[in-house]
Write a protein that binds this ligand. Structure first.
Ligand SMILES: C[S@@+](CC[C@H](N)C(=O)[O-])C[C@H]1O[C@@H](n2cnc3c(N)ncnc32)[C@H](O)[C@@H]1O
Length: 120
């Protein structure tokens, strides 16, 4: 498996490369280069809903994959509040960790399943 880490210049510019792991200076708001899968780990909580939609749109755009069976996968790992099921201490820890980081989103049960919205 080959992995490419995309980030801003001050984060990846001088990182050592290996055969399977490379670091590339890239602005994810402009485009996302071709890959079988894209992992957005601890990225979305930094951005508004509008910016998250832009990032997901860039993930969706890939002129090299026309085949429906081989569409790229997008995996999101991020922290969300789940006050209905988390212990109160866990909610406090999550709020503390997300403090100053941007947007804290909350998972809520509704009639159809779950919804995710900006925590208030
Ligand atoms: C909270 S960090 C998460 C980093 C890494 N995914 C992790 O889990 O450790 C968010 C990263 O997004 C990067 N970032 C911010 N704006 C970006 C952009 N326009 N294009 C690419 N990366 C960006 C930041 O430099 C930062 O390293």
């Amino acid at each position: 498996m080959k992995c490419t880490i995309l980030d801003l210049p001050h984060v990846v510019a001088n990182m050592p490369q290996t055969e399977n792991l490379i670091f590339v200076v890239w602005d994810m708001f402009q485009s996302i280069p071709h890959a079988d899968a894209i992992l957005l780990k601890l990225v979305m909580h930094n951005w508004s809903d509008e910016d998250c939609m832009k990032i997901l749109q860039r993930c969706k755009e890939d002129s090299t994959y026309k085949d429906e069976e081989r569409k790229r996968k997008v995996l999101i790992i991020d922290m969300v509040l789940n006050r209905d099921e988390d212990e109160a201490d866990m909610t406090e820890v999550k709020l503390l960790l997300s403090w100053g980081e941007g947007v804290c989103r909350e998972l809520r049960k509704n009639g159809k399943g779950y919804s995710l919205s900006v925590a208030s």
